[in-house]
Write a protein of this length. Structure first.
Length: 426
């Protein structure tokens, strides 16, 4: 859950004797209703502010991760030491050398990958405002009031967009499994059979230091895709070591994001004499190759990026009901979104298609609805059998990835059997 956004200007405040009294001056702040009565310093203490500032100016700046690669930028992502919150902080040194912090605050265990685009848009808008301050008359009351109002509007829009992404549909939660490197890797590992919490933590620590396993597993649990259970383990007679003890995670259902012809549009096109024939031609061209020539994991990643973008999600919902002439498309996207750019992305991804009629008029048509499909992971049975520790096997010199004790392998097969008839409704 988002707590709010605070914009600070860092000032040294040098007095006549040359003494410095550094200050974080609040230029604008917006807190959500639950935190509206809290003091800003209850949320962000001076010590935490200095820590964030240090990370930006002299320490380690970290951006968002894409495909497992870390991107250094003017963003810092971290947890506060003196309050139970996490922050995405943006640092900017303006053209007049003034320094600003725009800090978005969250309760712990939020999915920061979701808010990358939103916080970057806010940063871009703040850059423009900071430049106005540098060029404007800061002694003018009316000028500074207009600056504050512009900041408030930008921050309120950001909070609104974050709130929207904090209330995901089940299909969007499936998207979470594919959009972040930690969860994507977790899904890949679970598809190979049961994995211990210890092994999962080790694998994910390669991607991110100190991964929060419970947070990473949250959408798996909410979608009822996994079971978690404790194993006693077995004792190796030669070494005295206990193998296979601890918590294990078991995948009992797999999910992918898939495309299907949009039912409502297909029905409408049956009687559309203007573009109906061409629409069905394009529909046939795409779906005749779709099943045989698609890597569904990679396609799920692409589709996840669309449904976890609020503006695109609303745009696709609009197109699921009817086709629109391009010049008369309703404005469902925010003012900060580039409609032409988004439409080009969706067209290249074969989510929409644009058809010209005889009058050279362009019609925007949905080619694919994005749906979540639950799959029973029977493919794991072979992997479980191959990873099973053989009787009297030397556990110290055992080869292979994360071998399974008979106890864990048996539990995995029992869970698959008991969950076979379970259905996941999207």
């Amino acid at each position: 859950m988002v707590v709010g956004v605070i914009v600070y200007k860092f000032e040294l405040n040098v007095d006549d004797q040359g003494e410095i009294e550094p200050e974080f001056k609040v230029l604008c702040s917006e807190l959500v209703e639950e935190f509206a009565n809290k003091s800003l310093y209850e949320i962000l203490s001076l010590n935490d502010l200095f820590s964030i500032y240090y990370n930006h100016t002299a320490g380690y700046k970290r951006g968002f991760q894409k495909s497992g690669e870390e991107i250094t930028s003017n963003f810092f992502i971290g947890r506060l030491k003196e309050a139970p919150y996490e922050v995405i902080s943006y640092f900017k040194e303006s053209i007049d050398e003034s320094q600003y912090l725009t800090i978005t605050i969250f309760k712990v265990e939020e999915d920061f990958e979701l808010f990358e685009d939103i916080t970057q848009i806010l940063a871009g808008k703040m850059d423009v405002i900071f430049e106005k301050i540098a060029k404007g008359n800061i002694k003018s009351v009316s000028f500074m009031k207009s600056i504050e109002e512009e900041m408030k509007q930008s921050i309120r829009f950001t909070l609104f967009q974050i709130e929207r992404l904090s209330n995901l549909t089940k299909t969007q939660k499936v998207g979470l499994l594919y959009i972040g490197p930690e969860r994507e890797r977790t899904l890949q590992l679970l598809r190979q059979g049961p994995i211990s919490r210890h092994s999962l933590t080790y694998e994910l620590s390669i991607i991110k230091e100190n991964p929060n396993i419970d947070q990473i597993l949250r959408p798996f649990t909410e979608l009822n895709l996994i079971r978690r259970d404790w194993a006693k383990g077995i004792k190796d007679k030669k070494s005295g070591l206990i193998w296979g003890q601890g918590e294990y995670i078991f995948l009992v259902k797999d999910v992918i994001l898939n495309r299907q012809p949009p039912k409502e549009i297909v029905q409408q096109m049956k009687t559309n004499e203007i573009i109906g024939k061409e629409y069905f031609k394009r529909l046939e061209e795409f779906y005749s190759n779709y099943l045989d020539n698609t890597n569904f994991h990679d396609d799920s990643k692409l589709l996840a990026s669309f449904i976890l973008n609020s503006d695109i999600y609303d745009f696709l919902a609009l197109l699921s009901n009817r086709v629109y002439a391009k010049e008369k498309m309703p404005k469902v996207m925010s003012e900060f979104s580039d409609m032409d750019k988004i439409m080009k992305q969706l067209e290249e991804a074969k989510i929409i298609t644009i058809i010209k009629d005889n009058a050279d008029r362009e019609w925007v048509c949905l080619l694919a609805e994005i749906v979540a499909i639950s799959v029973f992971p029977e493919y794991m049975v072979k992997s479980i059998q191959e990873r099973l520790i053989k009787k009297n096997e030397d556990l110290v010199n055992i080869t292979g990835r994360d071998p399974l004790t008979l106890e864990v392998a048996k539990k995995a097969l029992e869970l698959l059997e008991s969950s076979y008839n379970e259905k996941i409704e999207f």
